[in-house]
Design a protein around this ligand. Structure first.
Ligand code: PRP
Ligand code: MG
Length: 212
């Protein structure tokens, strides 16, 4: 019998809540943390622990059938992919921020300037739509440090509690999008796996209703 292959974030902010929702819908996984793949004990499901940014390609290729992933990652790397449920956790924004003492106070002030980000596609699209031309500096993490080391005039990154912005002396000047965890699906899904997915969706909907 087929198993539904579900990707979750290996480590990071989504991981814990992703495992919690799987548990809440009755899928229990014996999870040796170093294992990159684990089978559920009581349901035809396999969980793959992957890097966030790699998940869209795995979905596209049909290497995994579904994924619990931030909508922001789909917007950045998986515009072609669909999600079937909003999961109501890991809510965040993707925002542009500048040093709090900067003379730049709005997006148009960043015209011709440098923005550091891990979300180049999202930023490019947004700036283009707003008619702003800025130079992007792509970094994978600790983006908020970029202005203080002279690498950029502003940054674009995830804002959740706002504490990273605050600690790095930055102020938010523009919100590009709001995001939460979603259940994304592969475009290549056979009937048997689709049936397992439907069951899972049904259970998720009941759990989310209960949380309201
Ligand atoms: C993420 C994100 C922001 C921060 C936002 O970084 O890139 O920097 O969290 O959360 P906050 O508003 O609650 O402070 P993370 O700590 O995951 O590390 P990374 O940037 O090195 O990936
Ligand atoms: Mg960060």
């Amino acid at each position: 019998m087929s198993k539904l292959r579900i990707a979750v974030q290996k480590s990071g902010r989504l991981n814990e809540d992703s495992m919690k929702i799987l548990k809440a819908i009755g899928i229990s996984i014996d999870n040796g943390k170093d294992q990159l793949k684990a089978s559920a004990r009581n349901f035809p499901v396999e969980v793959f622990y992957l890097r966030n940014g790699d998940i869209p390609q795995y979905l596209r290729d049909g290497v995994v059938d579904a994924a619990i992933i931030g909508e922001n990652v789909l917007i950045e790397k998986g515009q072609d992919l669909k999600f079937v449920e909003r999961l109501g956790f890991s809510k965040c924004k993707v925002s542009i921020a500048v040093p709090k003492d900067s003379k730049d106070t709005s997006l148009k002030d960043l015209n011709g300037k440098r923005i550091a980000t891990s979300y180049p596609e999202t930023v490019k699209k947004f700036l283009k739509a707003q008619g702003i031309d800025a130079k992007l500096h792509i970094i994978n993490g600790s983006v908020e440090i970029a202005p203080s080391i002279g690498l950029a005039d502003g940054i674009c990154d995830i804002v959740s509690s706002g504490s990273t912005l605050f600690k790095n002396g930055l102020k938010e000047i523009e919100v590009l999008l709001k995001s939460e965890a979603v259940l994304a699906v592969s475009p290549i899904l056979d009937e048997e796996r689709q049936a397992i997915l439907s069951k899972i969706q049904f259970r998720i909907q009941s759990v989310l209703k209960g949380r309201q």
